[in-house]
Design a protein. Structure first.
Ligand SMILES: Nc1ncnc2c1ncn2[C@@H]1O[C@H](COP(=O)(O)OP(=O)(O)O)[C@@H](O)[C@H]1O
Ligand SMILES: [Mg+2]
Length: 250
């Protein structure tokens, strides 16, 4: 087993995965997984339930037990899930500052950084709000701010927009694109939504029963936030849907 955490200067990729295999007991759930994520690049992972998407994400997060193959990750990756998982007994700014719990900063410094990040995710007046008073979209932005506060080079997102309504989801996706560009983050995005994958990703990886069956390079010219309006958007989503049908039993 090789699993290395590298300093930023040592690694040109945000993540590098080579021949990753993983089993739970006698059941092999990942086989021969290979991919790279460059800084500033979004890689989307799609596949039906149980195909191994979350397992790949947990391996990259260092939250999974033994695996084989090479997994290299720049810095300390940050994870955000579909449910924002905020602590209800802490205020919004405290929840964000909590993402720094392993840093030597004073509480006041951490709080100031958290407050600045809340501005960055368009929640400038919510420092002292309680998580239970937030909308789903607001809670998701707090979760993003908490992930960013440790200054990760790799962001691991497990269906982060799955619980949001359609319009809120579009706003959240735009915010993610801006954040990724501004911070040159590598992102692994697990999603069920082929349109979301094509709108946000540089490459889309299709996973079926623990193996990569297809990879789509998204070649839509222009900035990502204009992709949905481009004539070739539909051809990209259609390709993914076709592959998903091929790999999904009737
Ligand atoms: N902690 C675990 N123990 C045993 N089996 C697991 C565990 N976590 C996931 N699995 C199995 O690994 C496979 C992949 O799961 P997962 O990565 O959660 O899939 P996905 O996220 O694509 O739905 C599934 O067959 C699942 O049942
Ligand atoms: Mg999952």
């Amino acid at each position: 087993m090789t699993s290395t955490l590298s300093a930023p200067t040592q690694l040109k990729s945000a993540a590098r995965v080579h021949n990753l295999r993983k089993s739970y007991g006698s059941k092999e759930v990942l086989r021969g997984i290979d991919f790279n994520i460059a800084p500033g690049e979004v890689v989307a992972l799609i596949g039906r339930s149980g195909s191994g998407k979350s397992t790949i994400l947990r391996v990259l997060a260092g939250l999974s037990g033994a695996h084989s193959g090479t997994v290299e990750v720049a810095g300390n990756p940050a994870v955000a899930f579909q449910e924002p998982r905020l602590l209800p007994w802490k205020t919004v700014v405290e929840n964000v500052a909590f993402g720094l719990n392993r840093s030597p900063l004073s509480w006041e410094e951490a709080r100031q950084q958290a407050s600045a990040l809340l501005q960055e995710v368009n929640l400038p007046d919510s420092d002292d709000a309680w998580p239970l008073t937030l909308s789903g979209g607001q809670a998701q932005r707090v979760s993003l701010a908490r992930a960013l506060i440790s200054e990760p080079q790799l962001l691991l997102l497990d269906e982060p927009f799955g619980a949001l309504d359609a319009l809120t989801r579009l706003t959240a996706q735009e915010l993610l694109l801006r954040t990724v560009a501004a911070r040159n983050l590598g992102v692994l995005l697990v999603t069920h939504d082929v349109a979301e994958a094509v709108a946000l990703a540089d490459h889309v990886i299709l996973l079926d029963e623990g193996e990569i069956t297809h990879t789509l390079q998204v070649n839509i010219p222009g900035p990502k936030h204009t992709r949905r309006a481009h004539p070739s958007f539909g051809a990209h989503t259609a390709q993914l849907l076709e592959w998903l049908e091929i790999t999904t039993p009737a």
